[in-house]
Design a binder for this molecule. Sequence first.
Ligand SMILES: Cc1cc2nc3c(=O)[nH]c(=O)nc-3n(C[C@H](O)[C@H](O)[C@H](O)COP(=O)(O)O)c2cc1C
Length: 173
Amino acid sequence: MDVFEAIKERRSIRKYKKEPISDDLVLKVIEAAIWAPSSKNRQPWEFIIIRNEDTKRKLAELAPFGWFIAEAPVVIAVVTDPRKSPAFHMVDGACAVQNLLLAAHALGLGTCWIGTMDRERAKEILGIPKDLHLLTVIPLGYPDERPKAPHRKPLESVVHYERYGQRPSKNRS
Ligand SMILES: Cc1cc2nc3c(=O)[nH]c(=O)nc-3n(C[C@H](O)[C@H](O)[C@H](O)COP(=O)(O)O)c2cc1C
């Protein structure tokens, strides 16, 4: 799949088919994540592959906008290490997650970034050491919905030229 096509057509998916996903496929998606850029190439990320129904249900209960986590055949928890990259571990992690989301889409899989959750409780459930940060949990499954693309701000409304506030001149080549 063309990279621009993957970027534009990826959607957050919140309804998944029951169809299982092989370990090979899950690892392929995570492999895309580890090729993301990171500050000083510190790669301050680790991934937990979760298939246990009880664990998924417990995580879903901790995410007010992630009730659908429990329905996904796989959930990937993304853990970052502030000690490896104090200033950038979350930025690095976000780069890795975006790679993961795009790779999943290119393989016909649906995902959704889960932002709000009781992270401390989720860390306990997943056995994540205190010093590490739980960036997000990503449900992964074959899509059972085709959401319309949500609105994006027009390009010209977010682009400035040379200095903030300078908009494109009409006769720009
Ligand atoms: C940091 C972050 C946190 C998010 N948290 C949630 C969430 O908790 N639950 C959810 O359903 N979607 C969540 N999303 C998905 C956004 O709602 C979604 O990306 C946005 O509406 C644009 O839709 P699209 O991904 O289909 O283009 C999150 C996305 C990001 C980047």
